[in-house]
Write a protein that binds this ligand. Structure first.
Ligand SMILES: [Fe+2]
Length: 269
């Protein structure tokens, strides 16, 4: 079985002709399914774009949402509408709501959106402000939040998704006894996965580009299940990285460029 992994494609910035060209590449590359590790579009366009993908690509689309997918919207509202969308379109699978997808007898697919949690790097001294704090309802609440109110709101989202991932991991491992797990998340879970121009992101950016709470869930699960191979695919930084914190835990972050979506990797299982 072959899977097309794509990430941070930001298709809302492309015109319809360029989007169709990209869909043709996905449709004709002789793979069996598509994996998307977030930042497909924004909250105003992501549903229509997902439907559009199904019109050109006759394969299952397994995806999670990234922070940009929530821009101009709210996390709670968009999750509800994406969940409804997936009930209407058999091809679309938002992974946080499935309890694990058995791709083969041995390989199980899971996913969680996941959020940056400000726990790596130096949040207190960081001068970085992402658009997240203006464009996503839960991180804005009608006016720009104070620095530590924002941190609390970021951690609420990050901790909730990490908890959900933990529960889904435990129940899926119990139920399927897989030999290999493929896990899609948007935010890199380790410092070493957050590259920028060939180097690990600095303390200024790390709070917004990494999710320690997610990394801790992955480390614990991989330690408790040494017989299972964990492959984690993420995005967000637009910079490629490869990190193996444990012999059975590998994390890949994908590279991407605005306006030029590409297939990141063909994954053979
Ligand atoms: Fe992102």
């Amino acid at each position: 079985m072959k899977l097309s992994w794509i990430t941070d494609i930001h298709l809302n910035f492309l015109n319809s002709f360029d989007r169709q060209n990209f869909y043709q590449k996905l449709a004709n590359n002789n793979t069996d399914a598509v994996l998307i590790s977030g930042d497909i579009a924004d909250a105003l366009t992501v549903s229509d774009i997902l439907i559009e993908i199904t019109q050109y690509v006759d394969k299952p689309i397994y995806f999670i949402l990234g922070n940009h997918d929530y821009y101009h919207g709210s996390v709670a509202k968009l999750r509800k509408s994406i969940s409804n969308l997936c009930q209407q379109y058999d091809q679309l699978h938002w992974l946080p709501q499935s309890k694990g997808v058995a791709l083969t007898q041995d390989v199980l697919l899971l996913g969680e959106d996941c959020w940056a949690d400000g726990r790596y790097g130096n949040y207190s001294n960081s001068s970085v402000t992402l658009n997240d704090s203006r464009m996503i309802k839960e991180l804005h609440e009608g006016s720009i939040l104070g620095k530590y109110q924002l941190l609390k709101a970021m951690q609420k989202l990050a901790d909730s998704d990490a908890d959900h991932l933990k529960v889904n991991l435990e129940s899926a491992i119990c139920r399927y006894h897989p030999k290999k797990l493929i896990i899609l998340i948007h935010i890199p879970p380790f410092v070493e996965s957050c590259m920028h121009e060939g180097q690990i992101s600095d303390d200024n950016y790390l709070p917004f580009f990494s999710s320690k709470v997610t990394g801790d869930v992955l480390l614990n699960s991989a330690r408790q299940n040494p017989e299972i191979e964990f492959l984690v695919l993420c995005g967000h930084t637009h910079s490629e990285s490869y990190h193996q914190p444990l012999p059975n835990l590998t994390v890949k972050a994908g590279s991407s460029e605005y306006m030029f979506p590409e297939i990141q990797e063909i994954i053979r299982i």
